[in-house]
Design a protein around this ligand. Structure first.
Ligand SMILES: Cc1cc2nc3c(=O)[nH]c(=O)nc-3n(C[C@H](O)[C@H](O)[C@H](O)COP(=O)(O)O)c2cc1C
Length: 190
């Protein structure tokens, strides 16, 4: 079976989208399918590339990985707004027992990545998802001098520059592969 992993992200300037793409590479590396979706925000242009997420996407996916720029230590409001529109999906439990994970990009090293990652897990927990991070057995998590955390994939602009560092990319790919593999294993058992 091909695991369909919803990669739901918001990106204003493209850094979070780079992480989303590395995660999609990881999903594909283990035979999964990445469903790339974004959200629209009032006053900010929508993505020209990926479709806007719908509640049907939550139902149809086997797993979900959500990414946001760090904004004052929290996810972007456009993503929070999407979750606040998801009550009907929550009532039907469409994400229950599906693997979930998170990722973020920030400008500074100590600018709130971990609070952003942890707080992004909260709506996923309310939806009954099985949260996973990136284990320290992934070498990039041990050696990174920029982003890449046990809480989720990340990029730090001031440390890595405009492009993902090699370790950030490896950590993001590992997260995508891990979630896709978990989804495959869980679906096979159910
Ligand atoms: C409103 C706003 C708040 C931000 N807050 C933070 C912050 O708390 N910490 C930080 O390091 N960077 C912060 N940033 C910078 C972004 O997190 C950073 O540039 C990120 O990589 C942008 O991602 P994107 O290219 O996907 O839009 C903020 C940016 C904006 C516009």
């Amino acid at each position: 079976m091909t695991a369909r992993v919803l990669v739901l992200y918001y990106s204003r300037h493209g850094a979070t989208q780079q992480l989303a793409d590395a995660i999609a590479d990881g999903i594909a590396s283990v035979g999964g399918e990445a469903l790339m979706r974004t959200v629209t925000s009032a006053g900010e242009p929508a993505s020209q590339r990926d479709l806007t997420v719908t509640l049907a996407d939550l139902e149809q996916c086997d797993a979900l990985i959500m990414g946001s720029p760090t904004r004052f230590g929290h996810m972007a409001s456009a993503l929070q707004q999407f979750w606040e529109s998801s009550s009907s999906a929550w009532l039907r439990g469409v994400l229950v027992d599906k693997p979930g994970a998170v990722f973020t990009s920030s400008s500074s090293m100590h600018g709130g990545q971990e609070s952003t990652l942890l707080s992004m897990m909260v709506p996923l927990l309310h939806h009954g998802m099985l949260i996973t991070g990136i284990p320290y057995t992934v070498p990039a998590i041990q050696t990174t001098a920029a982003g890449g955390t046990p809480y989720g994939a990340s990029h730090v602009e001031h440390a890595a520059g405009n492009q993902l560092s090699q370790h950030e990319r490896q950590a993001a790919q590992a997260l995508g592969a891990r979630v896709a593999q978990l989804a495959t294993q869980l679906t096979a058992r159910s």
